[in-house]
Design a protein around this ligand. Structure first.
Ligand code: DC
Length: 228
Protein backbone atom coordinates (compact mmCIF):
# COMPACT_ATOMS: atom_id res chain seq x y z
CA UNK A 1 0.00 0.00 0.00
CA UNK A 2 1.45 3.39 -0.91
CA UNK A 3 1.06 6.45 1.33
CA UNK A 4 -1.44 7.88 -1.12
CA UNK A 5 -3.94 5.07 -1.11
CA UNK A 6 -6.40 4.03 1.56
CA UNK A 7 -7.41 0.46 2.34
CA UNK A 8 -10.39 -0.93 4.19
CA UNK A 9 -9.71 -4.56 5.14
CA UNK A 10 -12.65 -6.85 5.83
CA UNK A 11 -12.00 -10.37 7.06
CA UNK A 12 -14.31 -13.06 8.31
CA UNK A 13 -15.66 -16.57 7.80
CA UNK A 14 -17.68 -17.80 4.82
CA UNK A 15 -21.20 -16.42 4.59
CA UNK A 16 -20.72 -13.54 7.04
CA UNK A 17 -21.88 -11.17 4.30
CA UNK A 18 -18.43 -9.77 3.52
CA UNK A 19 -18.85 -9.46 -0.23
CA UNK A 20 -22.32 -7.89 -0.17
CA UNK A 21 -21.35 -5.40 2.50
CA UNK A 22 -17.89 -4.67 1.07
CA UNK A 23 -19.46 -3.98 -2.31
CA UNK A 24 -21.88 -1.49 -0.73
CA UNK A 25 -19.05 0.20 1.15
CA UNK A 26 -17.05 0.43 -2.07
CA UNK A 27 -20.01 2.13 -3.75
CA UNK A 28 -20.33 4.62 -0.92
CA UNK A 29 -16.61 5.43 -0.74
CA UNK A 30 -15.81 5.23 -4.46
CA UNK A 31 -13.03 2.73 -3.70
CA UNK A 32 -12.63 -0.42 -5.77
CA UNK A 33 -13.87 -3.68 -4.30
CA UNK A 34 -11.39 -6.55 -4.26
CA UNK A 35 -12.83 -9.99 -3.48
CA UNK A 36 -9.71 -12.04 -2.69
CA UNK A 37 -11.73 -15.23 -2.18
CA UNK A 38 -12.35 -15.13 -5.95
CA UNK A 39 -8.58 -15.42 -6.52
CA UNK A 40 -8.32 -18.51 -4.31
CA UNK A 41 -11.37 -19.89 -6.09
CA UNK A 42 -9.72 -19.32 -9.48
CA UNK A 43 -6.66 -21.34 -8.44
CA UNK A 44 -9.01 -24.01 -7.05
CA UNK A 45 -10.97 -24.17 -10.31
CA UNK A 46 -7.77 -24.74 -12.24
CA UNK A 47 -6.65 -27.47 -9.82
CA UNK A 48 -10.08 -29.13 -10.11
CA UNK A 49 -10.15 -28.88 -13.92
CA UNK A 50 -6.78 -30.59 -14.07
CA UNK A 51 -7.88 -33.43 -11.81
CA UNK A 52 -5.24 -32.71 -9.17
CA UNK A 53 -5.80 -34.01 -5.65
CA UNK A 54 -5.16 -31.09 -3.23
CA UNK A 55 -3.45 -33.51 -0.84
CA UNK A 56 -0.73 -33.88 -3.48
CA UNK A 57 0.80 -30.58 -2.51
CA UNK A 58 3.80 -30.93 -4.83
CA UNK A 59 1.52 -31.29 -7.85
CA UNK A 60 -0.53 -28.24 -6.81
CA UNK A 61 2.66 -26.19 -6.46
CA UNK A 62 3.93 -27.38 -9.83
CA UNK A 63 0.56 -26.55 -11.37
CA UNK A 64 0.43 -22.95 -10.13
CA UNK A 65 3.79 -22.42 -11.80
CA UNK A 66 2.04 -22.98 -15.13
CA UNK A 67 -1.04 -20.74 -14.77
CA UNK A 68 -1.81 -17.02 -14.75
CA UNK A 69 -4.44 -15.45 -12.51
CA UNK A 70 -5.52 -11.85 -12.86
CA UNK A 71 -8.29 -9.43 -11.92
CA UNK A 72 -10.01 -7.07 -14.34
CA UNK A 73 -12.74 -4.52 -13.77
CA UNK A 74 -15.47 -4.57 -16.38
CA UNK A 75 -18.23 -1.99 -15.90
CA UNK A 76 -16.98 -1.53 -12.34
CA UNK A 77 -17.41 -5.27 -11.58
CA UNK A 78 -14.45 -7.43 -10.59
CA UNK A 79 -13.84 -10.32 -13.00
CA UNK A 80 -11.25 -13.05 -12.41
CA UNK A 81 -9.17 -14.22 -15.33
CA UNK A 82 -7.53 -17.64 -15.56
CA UNK A 83 -4.99 -18.00 -18.39
CA UNK A 84 -6.72 -15.16 -20.24
CA UNK A 85 -10.25 -16.58 -19.81
CA UNK A 86 -12.93 -14.90 -17.66
CA UNK A 87 -13.93 -17.64 -15.18
CA UNK A 88 -15.95 -15.44 -12.79
CA UNK A 89 -19.13 -17.39 -13.42
CA UNK A 90 -17.53 -20.81 -12.91
CA UNK A 91 -16.07 -20.33 -9.44
CA UNK A 92 -19.26 -20.17 -7.35
CA UNK A 93 -19.93 -23.86 -6.80
CA UNK A 94 -19.70 -25.87 -3.55
CA UNK A 95 -16.88 -28.01 -5.11
CA UNK A 96 -14.82 -24.92 -5.87
CA UNK A 97 -15.54 -23.52 -2.36
CA UNK A 98 -14.15 -26.62 -0.68
CA UNK A 99 -11.21 -26.88 -3.07
CA UNK A 100 -10.38 -23.20 -2.43
CA UNK A 101 -10.35 -23.87 1.30
CA UNK A 102 -8.09 -26.92 0.76
CA UNK A 103 -5.60 -25.31 -1.61
CA UNK A 104 -5.47 -21.97 0.25
CA UNK A 105 -3.76 -23.77 3.13
CA UNK A 106 -0.70 -24.30 0.91
CA UNK A 107 1.85 -21.52 1.59
CA UNK A 108 2.98 -21.42 -2.07
CA UNK A 109 -0.61 -20.78 -3.20
CA UNK A 110 -0.86 -17.87 -0.76
CA UNK A 111 2.51 -16.49 -1.90
CA UNK A 112 1.41 -16.82 -5.54
CA UNK A 113 -1.60 -14.52 -4.92
CA UNK A 114 -0.05 -12.06 -2.47
CA UNK A 115 1.69 -9.75 -4.96
CA UNK A 116 -1.45 -9.18 -7.01
CA UNK A 117 -3.48 -8.26 -3.91
CA UNK A 118 -0.84 -5.81 -2.66
CA UNK A 119 -0.39 -4.28 -6.12
CA UNK A 120 -4.12 -3.51 -6.34
CA UNK A 121 -3.96 -1.77 -2.96
CA UNK A 122 -0.88 0.21 -4.03
CA UNK A 123 -2.58 1.49 -7.15
CA UNK A 124 -6.12 2.10 -5.86
CA UNK A 125 -8.11 2.90 -2.77
CA UNK A 126 -9.62 -0.46 -1.92
CA UNK A 127 -12.22 -2.25 0.09
CA UNK A 128 -10.62 -5.69 0.19
CA UNK A 129 -12.24 -8.75 1.72
CA UNK A 130 -10.81 -12.14 2.62
CA UNK A 131 -9.44 -14.06 5.57
CA UNK A 132 -5.97 -12.57 6.17
CA UNK A 133 -6.23 -9.04 4.77
CA UNK A 134 -5.71 -7.21 8.08
CA UNK A 135 -3.20 -9.73 9.42
CA UNK A 136 -1.00 -10.43 6.37
CA UNK A 137 -1.91 -8.79 3.07
CA UNK A 138 -2.44 -5.18 4.19
CA UNK A 139 -1.27 -4.91 7.81
CA UNK A 140 -1.17 -1.09 7.42
CA UNK A 141 -4.82 -0.84 6.32
CA UNK A 142 -6.46 2.20 7.91
CA UNK A 143 -9.67 0.33 8.66
CA UNK A 144 -9.74 -3.30 9.77
CA UNK A 145 -13.04 -5.04 10.31
CA UNK A 146 -13.75 -8.65 11.24
CA UNK A 147 -17.23 -9.54 10.12
CA UNK A 148 -18.87 -12.58 11.62
CA UNK A 149 -22.22 -14.27 12.37
CA UNK A 150 -23.32 -17.60 13.83
CA UNK A 151 -22.70 -20.69 11.62
CA UNK A 152 -26.46 -21.38 11.34
CA UNK A 153 -27.23 -17.86 10.14
CA UNK A 154 -24.32 -17.89 7.68
CA UNK A 155 -25.37 -21.30 6.32
CA UNK A 156 -28.96 -20.09 5.94
CA UNK A 157 -27.80 -17.06 3.91
CA UNK A 158 -25.60 -19.27 1.70
CA UNK A 159 -28.44 -21.80 1.30
CA UNK A 160 -30.92 -19.08 0.26
CA UNK A 161 -28.41 -17.76 -2.30
CA UNK A 162 -27.92 -21.22 -3.83
CA UNK A 163 -31.67 -21.92 -3.90
CA UNK A 164 -32.22 -18.58 -5.67
CA UNK A 165 -29.70 -19.71 -8.28
CA UNK A 166 -31.82 -22.83 -8.76
CA UNK A 167 -29.36 -25.25 -7.18
CA UNK A 168 -30.99 -28.30 -5.59
CA UNK A 169 -29.21 -28.52 -2.25
CA UNK A 170 -29.90 -29.55 1.37
CA UNK A 171 -29.51 -27.04 4.20
CA UNK A 172 -27.73 -29.67 6.33
CA UNK A 173 -25.07 -30.10 3.59
CA UNK A 174 -24.52 -26.35 3.33
CA UNK A 175 -24.12 -26.10 7.13
CA UNK A 176 -21.73 -29.09 7.28
CA UNK A 177 -19.58 -27.67 4.44
CA UNK A 178 -19.44 -24.28 6.09
CA UNK A 179 -18.40 -25.68 9.46
CA UNK A 180 -15.71 -27.79 7.78
CA UNK A 181 -14.40 -24.77 5.83
CA UNK A 182 -14.37 -22.58 8.97
CA UNK A 183 -12.36 -25.19 10.76
CA UNK A 184 -9.86 -25.57 7.92
CA UNK A 185 -9.55 -21.81 7.41
CA UNK A 186 -9.08 -21.11 11.13
CA UNK A 187 -6.68 -23.93 11.86
CA UNK A 188 -4.25 -23.83 8.95
CA UNK A 189 -0.67 -22.94 9.77
CA UNK A 190 -0.25 -20.09 7.30
CA UNK A 191 -2.38 -16.96 7.53
CA UNK A 192 -5.26 -18.55 9.46
CA UNK A 193 -8.61 -16.81 9.65
CA UNK A 194 -8.56 -14.60 12.73
CA UNK A 195 -9.07 -10.94 13.62
CA UNK A 196 -5.95 -8.77 13.86
CA UNK A 197 -5.32 -7.02 17.16
CA UNK A 198 -6.71 -3.78 15.74
CA UNK A 199 -9.75 -5.31 14.02
CA UNK A 200 -13.18 -4.08 15.03
CA UNK A 201 -15.47 -7.11 15.33
CA UNK A 202 -18.93 -6.71 13.78
CA UNK A 203 -21.41 -9.55 14.41
CA UNK A 204 -24.20 -9.53 11.83
CA UNK A 205 -26.23 -12.43 13.30
CA UNK A 206 -29.04 -10.11 14.37
CA UNK A 207 -28.65 -7.51 11.64
CA UNK A 208 -30.27 -7.31 8.22
CA UNK A 209 -28.25 -6.07 5.27
CA UNK A 210 -29.09 -2.42 5.88
CA UNK A 211 -28.23 -2.72 9.57
CA UNK A 212 -24.93 -4.43 8.79
CA UNK A 213 -23.94 -1.80 6.21
CA UNK A 214 -24.82 0.93 8.73
CA UNK A 215 -22.70 -0.69 11.45
CA UNK A 216 -19.75 -1.03 9.09
CA UNK A 217 -20.10 2.49 7.79
CA UNK A 218 -19.97 3.82 11.33
CA UNK A 219 -16.68 2.02 11.93
CA UNK A 220 -15.27 3.28 8.62
CA UNK A 221 -16.28 6.89 9.30
CA UNK A 222 -14.78 6.80 12.78
CA UNK A 223 -11.50 5.32 11.57
CA UNK A 224 -11.14 7.51 8.50
CA UNK A 225 -12.20 10.54 10.45
CA UNK A 226 -13.96 12.39 7.67
CA UNK A 227 -11.55 11.32 4.93
CA UNK A 228 -14.40 9.94 2.81
O1 DC B 1 -14.48 -15.84 0.62
P1 DC B 1 -14.67 -17.14 -0.18
O2 DC B 1 -15.71 -18.04 0.40
O3 DC B 1 -14.90 -16.86 -1.63
O4 DC B 1 -13.25 -17.89 -0.07
C1 DC B 1 -13.03 -19.18 -0.56
C2 DC B 1 -11.89 -19.84 0.20
O5 DC B 1 -10.66 -19.16 -0.11
C3 DC B 1 -12.00 -19.80 1.73
O6 DC B 1 -12.59 -20.97 2.25
C4 DC B 1 -10.58 -19.66 2.19
C5 DC B 1 -9.83 -19.07 1.03
N1 DC B 1 -9.43 -17.67 1.23
C6 DC B 1 -8.27 -17.45 1.92
O7 DC B 1 -7.64 -18.38 2.40
N2 DC B 1 -7.79 -16.17 2.06
C7 DC B 1 -8.46 -15.13 1.57
N3 DC B 1 -7.96 -13.90 1.72
C8 DC B 1 -9.68 -15.34 0.87
C9 DC B 1 -10.16 -16.63 0.74
Amino acid sequence: MSKNTVAIAIDGPAGAGKSTIARKLAEKTGYIYVDTGALYRTVALSVLKNGINPAEVGRVIEHIGTISVDIKYIGGEQRVILNGEDVSDLIRTPEVSMMASDTSAIPEVRAFLLGLQRKLAEEHNVVMDGRDIATVVLPDAKVKIFLTASPEIRAKRRYDELVLKGKGIEFSDVLADLIKRDEQDMNREVAPLRPSEESVIVDTSDLDLEGAVCAMQKVVEEKLNGEI
